[in-house]
Ligand binder design. Structure first.
Ligand code: F6P
Length: 195
């Protein structure tokens, strides 16, 4: 059985400011996580020559993967965070205050709610299909460095969680979710590398 390691990027400037979307760099705390992650991956995948690191095309995942050396890195647009459309760059409070109808519709049906000029969770799930096909084909371990909404969808696929739960699954920062697919089913371990 080969592991799939899922992790969000290290804390970004937008995480610090409480803003969604965007394409900021990681904070000093995020940089520390990037180093810890590299350490973990290099130990965990020491003899796994064919392993690879997959990131999104956004700076925060690329910078998080940066300190990992010795494995090929692949950028996937399909791993980019949910597109918040007109709400990109806003905080949840700003959305609630300035676009209360949008805020309420998302709260009512987070799975199906599509941001104006952006995406819904269902859209994200659909665009992840090629990534999942490729993950299933891989024989070697893969480290996926991506984003909250995308990782909820990926995790739900492997952990066999129902569709309606996806937008609410906990995928904290600075934590590695290791998934092992064996004959007896899927096994999961979580490694919290920092608070
Ligand atoms: O806040 C970080 C973030 O990745 C945002 O960029 C994104 O819009 C959000 O999380 C997705 O989580 P939720 O669907 O719970 O708003």
């Amino acid at each position: 059985p080969r592991p799939i390691l899922l992790t969000r990027h290290g804390q970004s400037q937008d995480n610090v400011r409480g803003r969604i979307g965007g394409d900021t760099v990681i904070s000093d705390t995020g940089e520390i996580y990037a180093k810890k992650l590299a350490n973990f991956v290099e130990k965990r995948l020491k003899n796994e020559r064919a392993a690879s690191i997959w990131t999104s095309t956004l700076q925060r995942t690329i910078l998080t993967a940066n300190p990992i050396v010795g494995f090929p890195k692949i950028q996937w647009r399909a791993l980019d965070e949910i597109n918040a459309g007109v709400c990109d760059g806003m905080s949840y409070e700003e959305i609630k205050k300035n676009m209360p109808e949008e805020y309420e519709s998302r709260k009512k049906d987070k799975l199906r709610y599509r941001y104006p000029r952006g995406e819904s969770y269902l859209d994200v799930i659909q665009r992840l299909e090629p990534v999942i096909i490729e993950l299933e084909r891989q024989r070697a371990p893969v480290v996926v460095v991506s984003h909250q909404a995308v990782l909820r969808a990926l995790y739900a696929y492997f952990a066999d969680r129902p569709l309606k739960e996806i937008p609410h699954i906990e995928v904290p920062l600075h934590t590695i979710i290791e998934i092992q697919m064996g004959v007896t089913g899927v096994q999961e371990k979580r490694y919290k590398l920092m608070d």
